[in-house]
Design a protein around this ligand. Structure first.
Ligand SMILES: [Zn+2]
Length: 274
């Protein structure tokens, strides 16, 4: 099976003792490429270092909304050269998180908008973190509204990127929100919760979404899929997500693996870097 893990935080301490073994286990089940998104400046550098050492690892650089409390526009000037390095294929993860209150919403929005500008400048896709407050749809609605305004400008600067602006990673929104994102030209990232017994809404959503618009991701070390829920997650388990999507859609796991691997290659364009 040709698999891709489009979202794994391999620089976290939880991997410092056995990263090579983690990578080997994943390669052993067919994971061909790993995308490591950053959450702040320090992890942007760490993700890039890892991409420079491992041929099949690629990086995204950016500041996560939960790490943006001290945001300064000057950080863009630190991000820019990192984003221009070879093997950096996206800006991320960036976005809005109204579930946690680590960063006031107005600062989250500013950091998100400035980093969208950077992505447009550098013609890079974006990896978007979106998390609603409990019982609300607000963060994802706000993100989609911002992206819609933004795309009007982005399309005139980079028409060649139409349909590959980025991914709404670990999507947890409604079917209507997913539909809106897809119509705007975004992909939808599916993580371990799709395998959970208490996720009927997400499972129903995955059944209806076109496979050509899905990416699969572990979000390791978080969100370990069933039956390993609660354990440290690792990229090898992306195969469990492929298997579950296949079951939900009545397809072969190989079809899900190969199609989502092709979707990722198209979005992040790594073949031109090989
Ligand atoms: Zn993440």
């Amino acid at each position: 099976m040709a698999l891709t893990d489009t979202h794994c935080h391999l620089y976290f301490n939880s991997f410092s003792d056995d990263l090579q073994a983690v990578l080997e286990r994943a390669r052993g089940v067919g994971v061909e490429r790993f995308l490591v998104p950053a959450v702040d400046l320090e992890t942007s550098r760490a993700a890039l270092r890892l991409a420079q050492t491992e041929p099949d690892v690629f990086a995204a650089v950016g500041v996560h909304p939960n790490d943006a409390a001290a945001w300064q526009d000057a950080w863009l000037e630190a991000l820019r050269p990192l984003a221009q390095a070879p093997k950096v294929v996206a800006i991320g993860e960036i976005g809005l998180d109204y579930y946690r209150d680590y960063t006031p919403p107005d600062i989250q929005r500013r950091a998100f908008e400035r980093q969208l500008d950077l992505a447009a400048d550098l013609r890079l896709p974006v990896v978007i973190h979106s998390r609603n407050a409990r019982g609300s749809a607000q963060a994802i609605d706000d993100i989609l509204d911002l992206l819609q305004d933004f795309l009007a400008r982005w399309e005139s600067v980079s028409p060649e990127m139409r349909g590959r602006w980025g991914v709404l990673h670990s999507f947890s929104g409604s079917a209507a929100q997913a539909q809106r994102a897809i119509e705007m030209g975004f992909s939808i990232g599916i993580t371990g919760p799709v395998t959970f017994k208490n996720a009927p809404d997400l499972q129903a959503l995955v059944r209806t979404l076109p496979l050509e618009r899905l990416l699969i991701e572990t979000d390791a070390p978080f969100l370990s899929p069933h039956p390993l829920r609660g354990k440290r997650n690792e990229p090898e388990r992306v195969r469990l997500i492929a298997k579950k999507i296949a079951e939900l859609k009545g397809l072969l796991p190989e079809t899900v693996a190969e199609t989502t691997t092709r979707n990722a290659a198209r979005l992040f364009q790594w073949s031109v870097l090989d």
